[in-house]
Design a protein around this ligand. Structure first.
Ligand code: E4P
Length: 217
């Protein structure tokens, strides 16, 4: 499974990429709005840093505007994946941009029917939002499981990119369900490293080693 960073914060991205565990980045207008930088320049820096797919979202709400913005975003760097919100305008824009060999991530996916329609217009990725579904007492991971099953049934090439991840268990369950990608905020990736028994185990190894050396001295 591929692991993406869900962030527009370059220092966090630059800190994680050298570990070799990161395959790409997802951003959205809310994430980029938090950063004190020109969005295009920042997206270019993120692309240079990660050297993998970087989702950049349009803010137009009509299909013509989405297509125009999508083309502009795609010109920033070859790694840019244009993110369009699901809906009739988004589906129309996805079809048009895909026909121009621009990869599209259809976002704000909350149901398997939406994911099916996005796949039919050649979306490279769909982003089901698990956390936001959980927030309204609906299992986001159940939706992911249904999308994975539907795509497997028909061998759709669209990749399932699990988004709106709130904790490490979303990452675990996304992997168990066979999702192609999970995009995680940096804090969730940090949490995925942690286990108290690892810390206790290391402390004990080092203590035993030092005690044995001291006894021999
Ligand atoms: C990423 O592609 C999504 O925009 C993001 O994961 C949404 O996360 P949120 O629900 O925590 O805002």
């Amino acid at each position: 499974m591929k692991l993406f960073i869900d962030s527009g914060h370059l220092p966090d991205i630059a800190a994680l990429v050298p570990l070799g565990i990161i395959d790409g980045v997802t951003t959205n207008p809310s994430l980029l709005a938090k950063e004190d930088a020109n969005p295009s320049d920042l997206l270019k820096q993120i692309c240079d840093t990660v050297q993998g797919p970087v989702s950049a979202e349009v803010v137009a709400t009509d299909s013509e505007g989405m297509i125009r913005e999508g083309r502009e975003l795609a010109r920033i760097d070859d790694h840019i994946v244009v993110k369009v919100p699901f809906g009739k305008a988004g589906v129309t824009a996805c079809r048009a941009l895909t026909a121009e060999d621009i990869r599209v991530n259809v976002t704000l996916i909350f149901s398997p029917t939406q994911a099916l329609l996005a796949a039919k217009v050649g979306a490279a990725y769909v982003s089901p939002f698990v956390g936001r579904l959980d927030d309204i007492a609906t299992s986001g991971l159940d939706v992911v499981g249904q999308i994975v099953e539907i795509y497997d049934n028909y061998e759709f090439l669209t990749e399932v990119l699990v988004a709106s991840v709130r904790g490490p268990m979303h990452l675990v369950e996304a992997a168990r369900l066979g999702a192609d990608i999970c995009t995680c905020p940096p804090a969730v990736i940090e949490a995925a490293f942690e286990h108290p028994l690892t810390d206790i185990g290391l402390e004990r190894f080092l203590k035993d080693w030092e005690q044995a050396r001291a006894a021999r001295a």
